[in-house]
Design a protein around this ligand. Sequence first.
Ligand SMILES: C[S@@+](CC[C@H](N)C(=O)[O-])C[C@H]1O[C@@H](n2cnc3c(N)ncnc32)[C@H](O)[C@@H]1O
Length: 195
Amino acid sequence: MNISFLIPSSTIRFTTPKKIKSVVGGQERVDVYSRILLNLYRWQDRFDADITAIFYLSHLEENLSISISLSNITHQIKTELEATHFIINLFDTPGNFGAKAQKQDFETLLTTLAEKHTLYYLTSSGKDISVLNDEILKSGDLCFILGSQLDLTENQERVLGKFNPFLISVGDREYLASHIITIINHYLFSKYSKM
Ligand SMILES: C[S@@+](CC[C@H](N)C(=O)[O-])C[C@H]1O[C@@H](n2cnc3c(N)ncnc32)[C@H](O)[C@@H]1O
C-alpha cells in the first residue's frame, strides 16, 4: 500500500540558490514544503504503508516533479530547520536521496499516478472525509492532491477533473497544507489500525 501526497507549488524554482535565510519568509515558499515534509516524516513510522511526497514545481519554466519515498530518508528530521535543510539538499541532488526528478506537465504526472492510485482532491467544498470507508481505503494505492500556500489553479483543477478524483473535505474552514496532511493521516491511521 502506498499513500502519496501531490502538492503543486507555483513559486518554488528548482535551480535558484537556496539558503536557510532566503527560504524562511522568502518569495519561494519552500517553507511550506518543509512543514509538509516534517509532518509526513513523523507519520512514516506509524503506518504499515509507504508514504511518498510528490513536490510538483508548476512554474511555467519548471513543470518538474520530485518524488521521494519517505522510507528512503535516513536523515533525522525532527525540526522545521532540519526539514528545510533536507529540502534544500533534495533539490540540489535528488538522486542522493533515491528521489526521482522528472520534467513533465501536470496532466502527464496525473496520468501516471492514476494508473496505480485512486486520486483524492482535497477541497473544502468536497464530501466529508468520512466517506473514505474501509472498503475504499483497502482498494489500492491512494494519492491525495492538495494546494500548497495557494489552491490549485483553475487550469490545474480542470486537468485534474479529467481524472474524476474523489473530492474530499475536512470541513468548511481553510487549513494549511501541512495541517491537512496531519488530519488525513490521523484519519487513515485510525482506520488502518482497525483493519
Ligand atoms: C493553505 S491552503 C491553500 C490556500 C487556502 N485556500 C486559503 O485560502 O488560504 C492549502 C490546501 O489545503 C487544502 N485544504 C485547505 N483547507 C481544506 C479543507 N477544509 N478541506 C479540504 N482541503 C483543504 C486545499 O487543497 C488547499 O489548496
